[in-house]
Structures are given as structure tokens and as C-alpha cells.
Design a protein around this ligand. Sequence first.
Ligand code: PEP
Ligand code: MN
Length: 350
Amino acid sequence: MIVIRMQPGISGERATQVAEHLSERGYVPSVVEFGPETLFVLPDVPSSIVEPIATFREVADVAHVSVPYPLVSRDLHPVSSTVCVGNVTIGGDGEPVIIAGPCSVESETQIHAAAEAALRAGAHILRGGAFKPRTNPYSFQGLGAVGLKLLREAGRKVGLPVVTEVMSPSDVDLVSEYADMLQIGARNMANFSLLRAVGESDRPVLLKRGLAATVDEWLQAAEYIVSMGNPHVVLCERGIRGFDPATRNTLDLAGAVLAKQKSHLPVIVDPSHGTGVVSLIGPMSLAAVAAGLDGLSLEMHPHPAEALSDRDQALTPDQLRVIVAQVRGLSSARKGTKGTDGVKIVPGWR
Ligand code: PEP
Ligand code: MN
């Protein structure tokens, strides 16, 4: 891959000249505004085409990179990036961010009770699915647009930003109207038109790892979003398919840390889907925070026995409160050891 970095402040028409030079020769680059920088990304092209570009006044440098995800890789961007969701910052040196709420938005009463409980427990972001990716077509599919409105109202009432899943490119505008953050579910991690569509939106994106995706595939999915111009991506490890039905999935904490080492993007962990077992959610939450990851996504229902989806993994409000308090204690005990790049305390990690 080739990454052409423009001089700071060079964008628009002056950057277009470089793009034209390439496209006249049959190479169409992806143009990415990355903070104050404009970058062009291309698959490998002959050096006779690339070399003259390095001499353009507008060009700062031309790099050949071996990773297939240059924009999300730490190679070009060694400092951990942060992502803002409403007034909450995910990543960097801050305390781990807690996303909490029910699997699905079920009713006004349910989501308002969940929002109050999430706030009381100390969560920072309210979650709740309105468009649900269910394995079985006859299972509860979510309340759709009505659910989006209820989620937003509940979040606004308690002052928490909200995250919810978007399943289809045609729903991105609708979901963006109500959500502060768009979730791409595990089953859609490789839905490339959906990744492109959220890449065109200005909303931050929570990108869950696919059920059987390698870390490199997950990072390339993030690259799809960033390459469309949306750098606000948070990765979420949610367990991969294992062989043992005793846990719903195998929570791959090593994979989550590896993603953080390879990428500058924030990485959070979802031990609810990652284990599917209430008693394992607390220990895995602590392990994720001890490993220096940037936050958690936890499913909690005001009355778990009544949950219309993912009943067996739903925490009660009290269980959530205990886990968040323990996570806070651990994260303040390890304060200062995380470092700005999140993982540098591990010697020789590269
Ligand atoms: C969810 O967060 O409710 C969900 C469906 O998660 P996943 O896509 O990880 O299965
Ligand atoms: Mn769920």
C-alpha cells in the first residue's frame, strides 16, 4: 500500500492536483481527511508513477506500508486516538468508559428504568437495540424507529449519550438522527456497503468484531470506515465462536489487546455477548480493564427474567453497580500505568 501525506493545510483544489495526476494514469486513490491532514491511499503502484509525486510541493511524504490497514495502524499514527460520543471521551488516558443498557429497547417504561439504573451505576453511555440482528426470524426483531425515539428520550432524560445498532445502509440516516454513536454488530462486520455507509456519516462508530473474524479482518473492516472519511471508530471485542457451549462465545481478550497494539483506535470489550453467562461478566470486565483496554459494553435489564432478547446474560441494576464500582477501583489503582498509547507498559510488544 502507498500512503501520500499532503503538507499540513493542503486540501481541496491543491490536493486535487495530486489525485488528478494519479487518476490520469489509471490509479484512483482514496482521499482521507485525517484530522488536519489530507492523505491519499493507493494499492501498490509502479514507482515510476509514485516517485514524481514525492517531489510535488504540496506533498509532505510518500510511504510504502505493508499493513493492509494503514489508516488505523499504529505504524503511521503511533499515538492512541480518542473518540468523543456526546460529552464522553473513549480512549487515551481517561478512565474506562462504561456502556450499559438492555439488549433491546422493549418499551418506554423498560428503557427509562434502564437509563436511570445505568446512570445510578455510573455508566457513561446508554445502549439499547432498536434494529435487532436475531438468528431466528420469529424472535423479537426490535421496535425499529419507535425504539430509536424511546432510546434517545430515555438517554436525554438522564443526560447520557446513546448507542444503538444500524443493520442496513438505508437506515444510517434514520439511526444517525437519534443515536450519538452507531453500532455495527458482529454479524455485519463484513457488510462492506454498511461499513462504507457509516464511513460517510459523521457519527462515531462502535465496530464489533465478527463471530469468526481474525484481528486483521476486524482492523480492515475499521479501515473501510476510516477510508470513507470517518475516523471516529471504536473497536469492540465481543467473543468469537468457540467449541464449548458452556460459554456463548470465547472472549478473546488477547485479540483485543493485540488490536490495541496494532491499531491506534480505542478498543473496548463486551463480556456480556463474550461469555453469555452473568457470573463471568464481572471477572472478564476486570480482566479487560487490567489489560489496559478502554471500556466495556454491558447488558443490563431492569427485570432480566422479562427480557425479550439475551435474557440469560442480562445483569440486574445491582449487579451492574457492583461491577462498575469494582472496575473503577481497579482502574484508579492502575492509574498512570496505562500510558498515552494504552499498552506501552508491555515491554517489546512490537
Ligand atoms: C448487541 O450488542 O446487542 C449485539 C447484537 O451484539 P453482537 O452484534 O456482538 O452479537
Ligand atoms: Mn444482546
